[in-house]
Design a protein around this ligand. Sequence first.
Ligand SMILES: Cc1cc2nc3c(=O)[nH]c(=O)nc-3n(C[C@H](O)[C@H](O)[C@H](O)COP(=O)(O)OP(=O)(O)OC[C@H]3O[C@@H](n4cnc5c(N)ncnc54)[C@H](O)[C@@H]3O)c2cc1C
Length: 391
Amino acid sequence: MIDFSFTPKTLKAKKTAREGAEYLKSISRYYDDHEHEEVKPEEINRMKEDSANTNKIMAEPGPNDGGFLTMVVLNEEQSSGDPMLGGAASNMGLGNAAIGAVATPDQKARFGHLYCAMAITEPGFGSDTAAVSTTAKLDTATNEWILNGEKIFVTAGKRCEAVVVWATVDKSKGRAAIKSFVVEKFRKGITLTKLEHKLGIRASDTASILLEDCRIPFDNILGSPEVKAAKGGQVGAFATFDATRPIVASMALGVARAALDFTKGKLEEAGITFPYDRGIHSLSAVQKEILDMEANLDAARLLVWQSAAMLDKALRNSLESSMGKSKAGRAATLICQRCVALLGPLGYSRELLAEKWMRDCKINDIFEGTGQIQMLIVCRQILGFTRDQLK
Ligand SMILES: Cc1cc2nc3c(=O)[nH]c(=O)nc-3n(C[C@H](O)[C@H](O)[C@H](O)COP(=O)(O)OP(=O)(O)OC[C@H]3O[C@@H](n4cnc5c(N)ncnc54)[C@H](O)[C@@H]3O)c2cc1C
């Protein structure tokens, strides 16, 4: 039985994170307009202060709700200000979630403080993650991994301090041989080759990265170097999806909530009320639509929280994390689109953030597995099909 009545500590941290999000919101249009511009030092300092305040609360004595559950709750708050700006200040990239999920205590101490991006996608594939062609070869003389390959569309690939790179240790052994490696940016042989110009999440950089005989210590591999076939669970690097998908999903929740709260507020200013105790037959189309969107967002949030809570309890959550990601990605995309429409011409104008939220939230239905791929995973697991039986 999972109970989502949070501890006073989480509630306090959530409130503090929400206040910090208002600051992010106030500077987010600037970085949307100035893609790839470095965030100003005084703004980074302010964001760092806000995130330190939240961390201080979480470090206070008293019961915790769990690491991942708290992370998704706070990430939703932060993302409601801007889905990307806070990451650099709080050192939280997708790579950090992977490290949090599978790293040893020693690795957490070495890498936990670094801002880590995640590099899976290559020129030859996106959704078909089993097609990883970047290689990691062990040099037994020096006990180092040598990485070679090209990664594209790496979120925060420029701003991050390290990249969690997916590479195969033996191409002939398929998915089980795909492992993840922490590559610090100071290593020789890792080069940033391109920055993308994007539709949304323009406050983040999206980079291409080349690995040419890039040597890293043996202990930079996350999880076991052993290549073992799976018995039902996720194998090798794939296990990190169980941790990163709830984080991406919580980003979608934050953006959609910002759009919905803003739109509802504007409608209330125009005299529209939102009664929760009236029958559907007596509601106007606008009232019904807002209440429907709220219900949709709540349903997505509960799925995401469930997937994170399971992770904290060391329960297998692959099904739930895909359900949460697919529901949150889709709900957020639809909510943000409808908010733009309900706000009328102003919704489409750059005067408000509504059009930005609509552009920003689309990515949540694309990266860390598209909505279609999440549905495939869910269907396979519920129907008991293998990857070969349902592709
Ligand atoms: C802004 C941005 C940031 C990104 N950040 C990162 C990052 O940090 N790290 C990283 O590794 N990658 C990142 N990516 C890459 C992202 O994960 C991929 O774009 C995504 O996995 C989809 O891959 P693809 O673009 O090659 O699409 P494809 O795999 O070519 O898919 C194209 C379309 O076909 C659908 N499709 C594919 N296979 C199936 C199937 N079997 N059944 C039904 N439909 C299917 C897909 O859902 C999609 O709609 C980022 C991408 C973007 C745009």
